[in-house]
Design a protein. Sequence first.
Lengths: 339, 343
Amino acid sequence: MMKYLKKYCDILGPSGMEDAVREAIIEDIKGSGCEYETDPMGNLIVFKKGKQRRDKKVLFSAHMDEVGFMVKFIDEEGYIWFDAVGGIDRRVVSGRRVLFCESGINGVVASKAIHMQTPEEKGKCEPISEMRIDIGAKDREEAKQYITVGDCCVFTPNYEEFGNGLVCSKALDDRFGCAALVAMINSDLEYDTYFAFNTCEEIGCDGAKEVAHRLRPDIVFALEATTAGDILGVPKGKCACSVGSGAVLSIMDRSTIYDQSLLELATKVADEKKIKWQYKNVVAGGNEAGVYQRGANGAKVLAISAPARYIHSQSNVLSLEDIQAVADLAAAINERSFN
Amino acid sequence: MEKLYTLVENFTTYPGVSGFEDSAFDGLRAYVETLGIFDEMGTTSVGSFYAIMRCGKANAPLVLCDAHLDTIGFVVTELCEGGFLRVANIGGIAAKILPATDVLIFGKKTIRGIFASKPPHLQEPGESEKKMEVTELFIDTGLPLDELKKIVRVGTPCAFPCRLTKLLGENLAGAGFDDRLCGASIVRALQMLDKSKLNVDVAFQFSGGEEIGYKGAMTTAYRLNPDKAIVIDVTHAFVPGAPKTREGVRAGNGGDICLSPQTNRAWTKYAISVAEREGIPYQLSAAPGRTGTNSNAVQTAGSGIPTFLVSIPLKNMHTMSEIVDMNDALNTSRLVAAVLQSL
């Protein structure tokens, strides 16, 4: 799985522009003997035959898109005005580097020098809608040769391993999930299994909605990155989960109360296989599981998550061991028949 | 231009946060030696590095070209549970550019850290609109505290890594351009000189401590005791939202020659006349009070050294993504070379 991780993280794929991610995944799975198709929304749906049939349709899901920015206006000075695709805290944007998906042009989010800031401006961060990207264009005319309204950019790829087995990248949310699923597809499976690589999770799980209707799965496992608040000064009870403490299983979040039988199964399998896991201890966030739960006929759902610090920034920080734990747990759960 | 890019790339490699410039000396000395244009090199006790090019003529006057060696950064103030570091900034740094930004920590070995950002579920409504302070933030090293203690201590410097990114035209983004870019620009100027027709010795001074009070320039200028000096620094290029008077200093219009009581008027006018004669693009700005550069420290060193100041326009100064139009850096090199050659 790790061989896919950096490759997928470095691809540019904001919501609605997941094509490059999907192509890379297809490239990696097409020799595995699976069947795959791309649906009209750009979701990649994969079926891999196992040694045995299953009565129930079991789906493992991850999303291909990442947060990014979209161009709204190019001003006379050649600066690019934009807004966020997905939820991005304004405080992780100013001065950061971006890379445009269509043109491959580099940009810097303009950040007026501290010396020129007024007393009111000092220490404050303007809303993203008032920020501009500087691509080095001398005027609008030059900028328009490279950029048009509606173009997208993402944080510049910066995959790096550091600290004690940690990894940092703009798009670990949720390319690690994609990498884990690709590894499963490329392994020998005990049972027939469906996989979905979805679009547009970051703007409301639109891709998963389509997949739910198309596939009508009975059981869905969503592999996701979830916010870890285990940073300085945060009491343990408010951390949600901790980096390095294993795969995260939640009882509930803002969109889902997870299926209790699946949760029980997951904890049992994890304990049996000695896979490190933890409960998420706050009710916050949400993911595609909620959409699957209420989509089409409804499905039993569970999220298997990796704890991620600084999610939705240029530096999602995850532990390689946690990522492996999520992949191992997903694979171990898939050895069950669910009949 | 290619040569200038190479110099910038090399000069931005060696960390030298104000007060901790020594760490840059070995790398710089080795690199500057490979250039093969200097006859003498030295360092001073207050964090400066200098190199002298002799013209070979007896009793030649000495002209000093100063850029500052130190860059902005951080210093560790506390090692905390969970492998987090609290830091103070060295030089003015806006807190809003820090969350989720990576830094290099120059401990016993160099390690990477990332400024923590607060997860959404812990934020109060409207929190992102509130004022932030660098000292409220902290760096995530991803290491257990006991392991971290073996590498880092209170007082360990940190800085933004310099990743050079080409933008349109000759625009280049990177960190530490203030003022390593100017060091590169000076060396490029010296490479352009025709030594057989040069009548002055030239000292290139990379002075420490500019960001925290110009102490390196003061002391090194005193030691070298030159006849004249040129200070090269960066200045703010106009950006939207900048004060009205900035509109006259634009990226792409050449080096900015500064008129100020803290520089020598006759020597400055001379530089302008050389630029005019040689057709080298330049622009003018005025600093009626302080220039905010080494110019005054150099000008008032010892018994006084006539100094002119030329600055390279920079956008996003003191961030990890400073932007320069390299044409401005090259035109600054041309101006410095033309002035030196004309003496």
